[in-house]
Design a protein around this ligand. Structure first.
Ligand SMILES: Cc1cc2nc3c(=O)[nH]c(=O)nc-3n(C[C@H](O)[C@H](O)[C@H](O)COP(=O)(O)OP(=O)(O)OC[C@H]3O[C@@H](n4cnc5c(N)ncnc54)[C@H](O)[C@@H]3O)c2cc1C
Length: 221
């Protein structure tokens, strides 16, 4: 596997605990929307600590972008990324990952599990091919919704929010379940990405609904 040192161009916050990082893109580097790569911080003590993060930019963009949720409760890589500044460097490998667009469908995301869908939506939107897809996005609270404004702009009424810890007008309250998935099912595919409890709940619902395995595109975060 190749390894590339890339310079950080900008770092800003998209929510209270999520960073948006823009970096240089190595010459000739190619990925498919939905793919991730292993990322490490090029700094003493951190170079061997690589973690998977997804590209949120489009393959044609001149720069790479990442959207990364920080876990401040333990001193892992995402906690250390809060110190990242322009001109610092990251190490990345070749792209990999299970999620890629296979036709219209329902996208079910939990928290940072939205990241592979951001690159897919951006790419489809730029090509005028996003219609026919719908997003069901689960978060604890409204302040946790990553890129709410952009998702609303791209998807309009096909952006459906589910909040577990807060009641907000126009958003469903509770956890992802069979009822929500049935009500929002569009197209032939179901794309699922999020933390293990959400993946289990959605997996059980899809089994009950008898959705064929080949119509489910999934990756656990
Ligand atoms: C293919 C793929 C793509 C991904 N893309 C993205 C992305 O684009 N953006 C994104 O935000 N995330 C993404 N993730 C998830 C991301 O890789 C993890 O959040 C990251 O590895 C956490 O690294 P860490 O060093 O901070 O935590 P680690 O130390 O590696 O811990 C991993 C997880 O265990 C839990 N944990 C471990 N120890 C403790 C502790 N002491 N206290 C509390 N919790 C603990 C945390 O929930 C944490 O998420 C992706 C995952 C996969 C598999």
């Amino acid at each position: 596997m190749g390894s590339y040192a890339i310079k950080v161009i900008s770092v800003d916050k998209v929510t209270h605990d999520v960073l948006h990082i823009v970096t240089e893109k190595p010459k000739g580097y190619e990925f498919t929307p939905g793919q991730a790569t292993n990322v490490a911080i090029k700094k003493s003590g951190w170079e061997e600590e690589s973690r998977p993060f997804t590209f949120t930019s489009r393959p044609d963009d001149a720069q790479l972008e990442f959207v990364i949720k920080m876990y401040p409760d333990h001193e892992g890589v995402t906690h250390e990324l809060r110190n990242l500044k322009p001109d610092d460097q990251l190490l990345i490998d070749e792209p990999w990952g299970a999620i890629e667009y296979q036709g219209t469908g329902l996208f079910v995301a939990g928290g940072a599990g939205i990241t592979p869908f951001i690159s897919i939506f951006r790419t489809l939107h730029a090509a005028g091919k996003l219609s026919g897809n719908r997003l069901l996005f689960g978060n604890k609270r409204q302040r946790d919704i990553i890129m709410e404004k952009e998702l609303r702009q791209w998807l309009g009424d096909d952006f459906v929010n589910v909040l577990s810890d807060e009641k907000v007008d126009g958003m469903a309250h509770g956890f992802m379940d069979e009822k929500l998935i049935k009500e929002n099912r569009v197209g032939s595919k179901v794309y699922v990405c999020g933390p293990p409890p959400m993946m289990d709940a959605v997996g059980d619902a899809l089994k009950k609904m008898k959705v064929a395995d080949e119509d489910v595109v999934t990756e656990e975060f």
